[in-house]
Design a protein around this ligand. Structure first.
Ligand SMILES: NC(=O)c1ccc[n+]([C@@H]2O[C@H](COP(=O)([O-])OP(=O)(O)OC[C@H]3O[C@@H](n4cnc5c(N)ncnc54)[C@H](OP(=O)(O)O)[C@@H]3O)[C@@H](O)[C@H]2O)c1
Length: 347
């Protein structure tokens, strides 16, 4: 696992439970509790899975002990993929499989360009998790892992899916990386930008008429662009994305908020979306360019309109670059509305 945060430790802990040899490569300070007491994955049903993966500070150290691994799961955030790839190229330029677990759009194409599509597999996780000391805490009950091939990587995906059997959570295999990632993107977008800007969780957001309307309209844009971008939306472990997309399209905003809002809040398991957490922590980078930003870019490349996603992505970038500005929008949906109106938007 290259990047030993919530997802690296979660996927690593699940693979270790299925009998695989797992090494976590990550920040030494973050991994110190795992070195001391091992790794635990606490699933939402209460089941706790203990393992003792090997732990390293970088791939060169791991390579000295392990040689070339069978597969590397890239579990850093999307904005750290470039640096992680440089480390991979230094240590294991010939690693057979690289699985990209990033949320958002773009990582697989980048990796396929660097390593060749025959070695790249798209991965996604529909479990919402955080790393607390040496324990991964999973918030939602339903969920699992899914894999899909990039064009030209079908054999890699088939071999990996065959090897990764016996996991303690469901593992689905889809036919197209792009469908997998756009389907997961729809789930990621729920409550993400508007929630990050207002610092509201999904539950609160859908109970406020203005915020709920913005949320619904931005999701409508994403469904419209996604339908043009990929062969089809697909259902993911625990999440009926195809029905969700249809509800986004069919329901009026008020009904959408009342019917889908509570379900969406439960789906997140009470965890704030990562863009909200990154802004709250004053981090200069978020994954928003790979989420709402990707919707806006894809729309532009196809001559479609996704102005709300473009405006929300640009405001988040502004807030990440200038944390002092965030005070103006925190808890202030009317202020966000004014920001959008000033750009000619009337969602
Ligand atoms: N958490 C979830 O519930 C969840 C669910 C599904 C998908 N995802 C996706 O999974 C990806 C990973 O998310 P996460 O929540 O696991 O993030 P995270 O907890 O921040 O973990 C990423 C870890 O990788 C480390 N890292 C970054 N660059 C590195 C490098 N070059 N070498 C070694 N370590 C490096 C980071 O350290 P620093 O922070 O010190 O840079 C951090 O500890 C994201 O794309 C996210 O959207 C997350």
């Amino acid at each position: 696992m290259l990047g030993a945060g919530a997802i690296g430790c979660l996927v690593g802990g699940l693979l270790a439970a299925a009998g695989h040899d797992v090494a976590l490569i990550g920040r030494p300070a973050r991994l110190a509790p795992v070195v001391g007491g091992g790794l635990r994955v606490r699933l939402a049903g209460g089941r706790s899975i203990a393992s003792r993966p090997a732990v390293y500070g970088d791939p060169l150290q791991a390579g000295a002990d392990w040689g070339v691994p069978d597969a590397v799961a890239l579990t850093v955030k999307a904005f750290d993929v470039g640096e992680a790839v440089r480390m991979l190229q230094d240590a294991w330029p010939a690693v057979p499989f690289i699985v990209a677990f990033q949320n958002g759009i773009g990582t697989e194409d980048y990796l396929a360009g660097v390593f060749g599509p025959e070695r790249v597999v798209a991965g996604t996780v529909t479990l919402s998790a955080t790393l607390q000391g040496g324990e991964v805490v999973v918030f939602n009950r339903s969920g699992g892992l899914a894999l899909a091939p990039v064009p030209g990587g079908e054999e890699a995906c088939r071999r990996l899916a065959t090897a990764w059997t016996g996991l303690p959570v469901p593992l689905a295999v889809a036919s197209h990386a792009a469908s997998l990632k756009w389907s997961k993107l729809l789930l990621n977008l729920v409550g993400n930008a508007v929630g990050a800007i207002l610092q509201w969780d999904v539950h609160r957001l859908f109970r406020h008429p203005l915020a709920a309307r913005l949320e619904h309209q931005s999701l409508r844009e994403a469904v419209m662009v996604g339908r043009a971008a990929v062969p089809a939306f697909i259902d993911l472990p625990g999440y009926p994305v195809r029905s969700f997309a249809r509800l986004v399209e069919w329901l009026p905003s008020g009904l959408f908020a009342r019917l889908v809002g509570p379900m969406a809040a439960r789906g997140r398991g009470g965890k704030l979306p990562s863009v909200a957490l990154d802004l709250a922590a004053g981090r200069a980078r978020t994954e928003s360019p790979y989420l709402h930003g990707a919707v806006a870019r894809e729309a532009a490349s196809r001559g479609l309109d996704a102005p709300l996603n473009a405006a929300l992505a640009s405001l988040i970038e502004e807030l990440a670059a200038n944390p002092g500005l965030h005070q103006r929008y925190r808890d202030q949906p009317e202020e966000l509305w004014r920001f959008l109106e000033a750009r000619g938007l009337r969602p």
